[in-house]
Write a protein that binds this ligand. Structure first.
Ligand code: 13P
Ligand code: SF4
Length: 349
């Protein structure tokens, strides 16, 4: 675990990180992207960190890849690339930066390293895990292969490098249906998200999909009754659910898609009111770009995603720690599974 008091003291000896309304006023371009969700007083607190991180990024030739669930000051203030898991994996193959800072969870940083073995990939907090990635090991994959001989294994990117290496191909929530349809086998093993697997199975009835019993601690909390109660309380609200939600929740929703799919849907449809059945920061991050859409509803936080803060990003760029390492043999096998996914999604796009 990071020793935050010590880190804070060290940072203060090098950077002036006191709240700074004057600096905040000079950084209006950055603030304009988040002014509906961050108050001027909070911006004065964030601005010195944002300025210091952006200066260090240039010094180190670093790129920050940030997931859609990062807090708005990270998402809008310091990220070079934002997106869902698929977009971040694709962008990781394209960056010319020497250093990648992954603002997201550990499996995302590992994916960037797998795709860029020669680059330095930094993770601001190694404890930013994922309940899905923690639910399965290579032994679990071997058990599934023994139970369903000959069935290919499609692993969600929310897995460790070792699990990816033991899989035939990866998928994300954005391309899972395409990947499953493209495989010739009739029986397909999907790991580790039971709900993503069940949601895909409903859309691809011609395949027999078997799954591992993992789940996301954020999305599994929603129930179909919650959605029905919400509709009664707020009729006319467009309900948009991530496919990591249980199938009866997805069935009650107006649309289901990856975090990038959710953003596309909102941009296209511009509903007057929307409830995003996903992680809390998603609505905050797209709120300024959609002032005509009122986002209402629950706010479930991912405790892993929320471990990433401006302070930790500054620390990791300042000290160039902590670096992601993936053992070469595992990385080579995992790269095949991830690259197959990227190639197949490009064909289908
Ligand atoms: P997306 O690929 O849709 O961004 O999902 C990643 C994730 O962890 C959702 O919980
Ligand atoms: Fe994992 Fe769920 Fe958090 Fe996404 S939201 S990182 S799936 S625990």
């Amino acid at each position: 675990m990071l020793d935050m008091p010590a880190i804070r003291n060290d940072l203060k000896t090098v950077y002036d990180l006191a709240p700074n309304p004057d600096l905040a006023a000079h950084m209006q371009a950055e603030y304009a992207r988040m002014s509906r969700v961050i108050s001027p007083a909070d911006w004065a607190i964030h601005a010195p960190y944002v300025a210091a991180i952006n200066a260090l990024k240039r010094e180190r030739n670093a790129a920050i890849l940030a997931h859609n669930y990062m807090t708005p000051e990270i998402f809008h203030g310091i990220a070079d690339v934002v997106g869902d898991s698929l977009q971040l994996a694709i962008e990781a193959t394209k960056t010319s930066a020497d250093v990648i800072v992954q603002c997201g969870v550990h499996f995302m940083a590992e994916t960037s390293k797998i795709l860029n073995p020669a680059k330095t990939v930094l993770m601001p907090d190694m404890d930013a895990g994922c309940s899905l990635a923690e639910s399965i090991t290579p032994e679990g994959i071997a058990q599934m292969r023994a139970r369903y001989p000959g069935a290919p294994v499609v692993s969600y990117v929310n897995t460790t490098a070792a699990v990816k290496a033991a899989s035939d191909i990866c998928c994300t929530s954005a391309n899972a249906v395409q990947i499953i349809r493209a495989l010739e086998a009739e029986t397909i093993i999907m790991t580790p998200d039971q709900y993503l697997a069940q949601n895909v199975a409903a859309l691809v009835p011609e395949k027999r999909i078997v799954w591992w019993e993992g789940s996301c601690i954020v999305h599994e909390q929603y129930t179909a009754q919650d959605i029905r109660d919400f509709r009664d309380w707020n009729p006319g609200t467009r309900i948009i659910a991530h496919p990591e939600c249980p199938p009866d929740v997805v069935a009650e929703a107006d649309f289901s898609g990856s975090t990038a799919g959710i953003l596309d849907y909102v941009s296209r449809e511009r509903p007057a009111r929307a409830m995003l059945v996903t992680e809390c920061s998603m609505a905050s991050n797209i709120s300024d770009a959609h002032p005509d859409v009122e986002f209402i509803g629950p706010c479930n936080m991912c405790p892993y995603m929320k471990k990433i803060t401006l302070e930790k990003v500054l620390w990791c760029l300042h000290t160039m720690t902590t670096q992601i390492e993936v053992e070469a043999e595992i990385a080579a096998k995992a790269r095949l599974a991830v690259q197959r996914m990227i190639d197949l999604s490009a064909q289908k796009a």
